[in-house]
Design a protein. Structure first.
Lengths: 386, 349
């Protein structure tokens, strides 16, 4: 076994770190939390200009999955606005895997400039974990399709130029077999985006599709082949594109806070034995989250298809993140309740932020329960429960 | 980056998995209680050269790395083999490093062990394999000493039926003194942490297999209980924990082997840790937790039978706790890890 990065991967990591030092300003971070849009087109374009963005597309170009992991892991650890980037690059990867030349020219090439974004249109108000049951209809009309329905949790829809939209094209066959995926230009007439504020800083959206007409050239994959396109997208999403080291920036904020924060018992909080124990336990969890994610990346880099390995990494890391947030919010006491820009806030408000943000991490991108079902059925071979 | 075992390590894994399963599996562990050591199984293990495998070939050993030994440790844990392989391997390497590994220890006809705790009043308490070892290496004040003599042959009655015994270290041969003594003992202790973590990974692995097999077979309400989501979800968390523990133990062993690219850093802010001492502590804490969770849940899935002496899961449950706690409270171990990751604190540990 060898846990060291190859010279090429180590150099790539240095480039990414140098980029973040130069481009991830306090203003970029403050803006993302003030606006709720964890996407910064200037920052993304700068990544593209630095030659780093092609490495962000799973399966594309000459970057391997370990380098893909490095890029998103460094963005996550640094607290950079990468949510929009991750989704956009995931779609770029799907287009690269199953798209047409038209899709590549019209969409993929533009996504690689960093100035364009995509969002994911899977969930609906009544269909979340059971996503194959979605009701948004696409009906063929000559060379066009007419789309009617509503999507939920379309984060970054207000920044996006396209959505990948899961639609029902045949209601008379079993639910997985009547789905078709489209790339829908967001400036098409009939699309409405409504913001959905959340209890954390980030904003998401509901999107409405009323008689939206698009040409058949925007279809991604086969008619009624949408479920297999979903499979490609989910394999990327549950792999290595961030989300498995959220407690790294948390721990950095906590450690910096504790160095100066007075303890009610005298001295500084950093000398509190229980806090030190919990810092160590969180550091252990961060190492494990990293190793499980690296395993998924390494499997992909050596020709395998990680899916369950990504599920395991997400299951583990998000659970421990929530545990750590709970510990540190308790230990920060009342000051841990104070938010950004509030005088006296523990860790400048980061503890409050993480406590607001962390609940969604076991929900989005596949809930903990769906991931457990997958591990139980497909890894442990237990009989299907549903 | 390469997360696969080498071909040689795969061979080692296969050979020891077969040996432990056939010669020193859970039935032998059960029969070896309360001492916790199966003498005939150890004698058969000698024939494979295993006791000295962690020593250089020039010293009559097998030239195995810490990573190789961790592979063996996992298979030992998976079978809960009642043989003091880990303690012996660690002590033999320590004795070799200090220039005094007796031939009988290289060959394994005499068993050696490491006293984890410094002696107090000349006695080291709860020495692992202390019930059967003829040689005990440990710290007595600022001296690293080797106490040789007859093994007591009786273990202190304990939760995991481990061969624990109190051993005197007074009037023993002095191996090293001062900072060298502490450094050599600390290194051996980190090797023990790493290999014990490996064994705990094996415990977790088999506990999960036992739970899954039982859940597929046991029928209630006309269905296998493994088809119920509440049961599935108890088990579904475990593969990630066990794999995470395996990777962390392997990373600790890799750091301990000191290959190229290891710079021994503890960069908390970047989640970059390659320091052997830190990783060894992390691996023991985490593997202990993973094994405790795996055995806890697997035992629960067995229902009342899990509590019955007749079923193997209780053997794994008790050893998961005993192996993990022999060194002491994991919270204290975490504070020690914090001292390595942060500036040491006057209040810590």
């Amino acid at each position: 076994m060898d846990f060291s990065l190859s010279p090429r991967a180590a150099e790539f990591r240095s480039e990414v770190r140098a980029f973040l030092d130069a481009n991830l300003t306090e203003e970029v971070v403050a803006t993302m939390h003030r606006t709720g849009t964890f996407n910064d087109k200037d920052f993304n374009a700068a990544l593209a200009e630095a030659g780093l963005l092609a490495g962000a597309v799973p399966g594309y170009g000459d970057r391997d999955p370990i380098e893909l992991y490095i890029l998103f892991n460094e963005l996550e650890k640094a607290g950079a606005p990468y949510d929009g980037l991750a989704v956009t690059m995931l779609v770029a990867g799907v287009i690269n895997a199953v798209g047409t030349d038209f899709h590549r020219k019209q969409v993929l090439d533009r996504l690689l400039t960093g100035r364009f974004n995509c969002c994911l249109g899977y969930s609906e108000p009544d269909h979340g974990s059971d996503v194959a049951a979605i009701a948004t209809r696409a009906v063929r009309d000559g060379d066009q399709w007419v789309i009617d329905g509503q999507k939920m949790w379309t984060t970054m829809a207000h920044e996006s130029d396209w959505a990948i939209l899961l639609t029902r094209t045949d209601p008379d066959v079993p639910k997985h077999k009547g789905l078709t995926m489209f790339l829908v230009p967001m400036d098409s007439p009939g699309i409405e985006v409504q913001p959905v504020p959340t209890m954390a800083t980030e904003r998401t959206n509901a999107t409405f599709y009323d008689g939206v007409r698009i040409g058949d050239e925007w279809r991604l994959g086969d008619v009624n082949g949408g479920w297999s396109v979903m499979g490609v997208a989910l394999a990327f999403e549950r792999g290595v594109m961030g989300g498995t080291n959220p407690a790294v920036p948390l721990l950095r904020h906590v450690r910096n806070w504790a160095a100066d924060a007075p303890s009610p018992d005298g001295g500084q909080m950093i000398d509190d034995p229980l806090l030190r124990e919990r810092i160590a336990r969180t550091a252990i969890a961060n190492q494990v989250g990293q190793l499980l994610t690296l395993r998924a990346a390494w499997i992909a880099a050596t020709g395998g298809l990680p899916g369950l390995e990504g599920s395991m990494a997400k299951l583990y890391a998000t659970d421990r993140y929530q545990q750590a947030v709970g510990w540190f919010q308790q230990m920060a006491g009342a000051e841990g309740l104070l938010g950004f820009d509030t005088a006296g806030a523990a860790a400048d408000g980061w503890i409050d932020y993480d406590a607001r943000h962390s609940p969604v991490t076991t929900i989005y991108g596949g809930t903990t329960e769906i991931n457990r079902n997958n591990v139980a059925e497909r890894h442990l071979g237990l009989p299907r429960a549903r | 980056m390469d997360l696969a075992l080498t071909a040689d390590q795969e061979t080692i894994r296969g050979v020891f998995a077969d040996f432990f399963t056939a010669e020193a599996g859970p039935d032998r562990a059960r029969a070896a209680e309360p001492l916790g050591v199966d003498g005939p199984a150890w004698n058969r293990l000698l024939e494979t050269g295993a006791p000295g495998m962690g020593l250089p070939e020039s010293a009559g050993g097998g030239g195995a790395s810490l990573t190789d030994l961790a592979v063996v440790a996992e298979e030992l844990g998976a079978a809960i083999a009642p043989v003091p392989f880990i303690e012996h391997a660690v002590a033999a390497r320590l004795l070799f490093a200090t220039g005094a590994c007796p031939d009988a220890v290289v060959g394994g006809t005499e068993i050696a062990t490491l006293a984890l705790r410094p002696a107090q009043g000349g006695i080291s308490r709860l020495v692992p394999a202390g019930a059967v070892a003829q040689h005990v290496a440990g710290l007595d004040g600022d001296r690293l000493v080797l106490a040789s003599g007859d093994a007591p042959g009786v273990a202190l009655d304990n939760h995991g039926c481990l061969p624990l015994a109190d051993r005197p270290l007074g009037d023993a041969m002095i191996l090293l003194e001062g900072t060298e003594a502490h450094a050599a003992h600390a290194r051996a202790l980190d090797e023990w942490r790493t290999l014990t973590a490996g064994a705990l990974v094996g415990i977790g692995r088999t506990a999960l297999d036992l739970g899954v097999d039982y859940a597929k077979e046991r029928q209630q309400f006309g269905k296998p209980i493994g088809s119920f989501q509440a049961v599935q979800h108890l088990l579904a968390d475990l593969p990630g924990l066990i794999e995470g523990a395996r990777l962390l133990a392997a990373k600790a062993a890799w750091a301990g082997d000191g290959g190229p690219g290891i710079n021994g850093i503890n960069d908390l802010d970047n989640n970059d840790v390659t320091d052997f001492a830190t990783l060894a502590g992390m691996a023991l804490v985490f593997a202990g937790e993973a094994a405790a969770t795996a055995t806890d849940r697997s035992l629960h899935v067995h229902g009342g039978y899990g509590f019955a002496e007749e079923y193997d899961i209780q053997l794994f449950y008790r050893r998961a706790r005993a192996w993990a706690l022999t060194l002491g409270d994991p919270s204290r171990e975490c504070r020690r890890i914090a001292d390595l990751l942060l500036e040491p604190s006057e209040h810590a540990a």
